[in-house]
Design a protein around this ligand. Structure first.
Ligand SMILES: Nc1ncnc2c1ncn2[C@@H]1O[C@H](COP(=O)(O)OP(=O)(O)OP(=O)(O)O)[C@@H](O)[C@H]1O
Ligand SMILES: O=C(O)c1ccc[n+]([C@@H]2O[C@H](COP(=O)([O-])O)[C@@H](O)[C@H]2O)c1
Length: 180
């Protein structure tokens, strides 16, 4: 099986995440995409929505797409999980012949600080989702995805604009932020 791994905080999921998945399924030669919500990004100090909630929002969002798997490995560890470890988990559990790892331009810049980066880059091919507002440079030798939606979860947490929340989970996100 050829796969793409799309890891992220998804705190909350937004329409750029949805678009990344649909472009990846269309443009990468893959059978499935594994979306892996973090328990907590190794470089971050806290999360906002609980991991189980972020997992269930993603599950609802992609429920009808058989090529999308929402993977609970990281949230079940209840700690920061380096992507290298997640890749080992996937390789041990599935017959995998190719792994793309999708990240946005912001993460691409700090990749060399990731845990066991030199080993990780031998196991996966990084694909960069081009992000408005970041310098999308030095990407000529790399596969890219043209996302072109200027939104981040941070902006959405600061002021929830439901226009940027995928239709399927709009009501859930609305009530989550009302009750917070
Ligand atoms: N608008 C976007 N364009 C391109 N890539 C994106 C975009 N939003 C998120 N990504 C990428 O998708 C992955 C998961 O994103 P993440 O869950 O961190 O959302 P985010 O909007 O970056 O959140 P935050 O503002 O909390 O960092 C990351 O690699 C991120 O760089
Ligand atoms: O492995 C690492 O050292 C590492 C350091 C920082 C970020 N990551 C991963 O990068 C992905 C994107 O994270 P985020 O929070 O920007 O959505 C997510 O899968 C993180 O686990 C991984």
């Amino acid at each position: 099986m050829r796969i793409a791994v799309f890891g992220g905080s998804f705190d909350p999921p937004h329409i750029a995440h949805e678009k990344i998945v649909s472009i990846a399924l269309e443009e990468l030669d893959i059978d499935k995409i594994f979306i892996v919500p973090t328990y907590l990004n190794p470089f971050k100090d806290d999360f906002h929505l609980k991991p189980e909630k972020r997992f269930s929002l993603l599950s609802k969002l992609f429920i009808n797409n058989k090529r999308v798997i929402i993977c609970d490995y990281e949230i079940n560890q209840k700690r920061k999980v380096p992507s290298f470890e997640t890749i080992q988990f996937l390789k041990n559990h599935y017959e995998i012949s190719k792994i793309y790892f999708i990240i946005g331009t912001d993460n691409y810049k700090s990749l060399n600080k990731w845990y066991k980066y030199d080993e990780l880059k031998k196991e996966v091919e990084f694909v960069v989702a081009k992000r408005i507002g970041f310098l999308n440079e030095n990407l000529d030798k790399i596969k890219t995805l043209n996302v072109e939606i200027d939104i981040s979860s941070t902006n959405l947490r600061n002021s929830i604009n439901l226009d940027f929340i995928p239709k399927k989970i709009k009501d859930d996100v609305k009530s989550l932020y009302k009750t917070k």
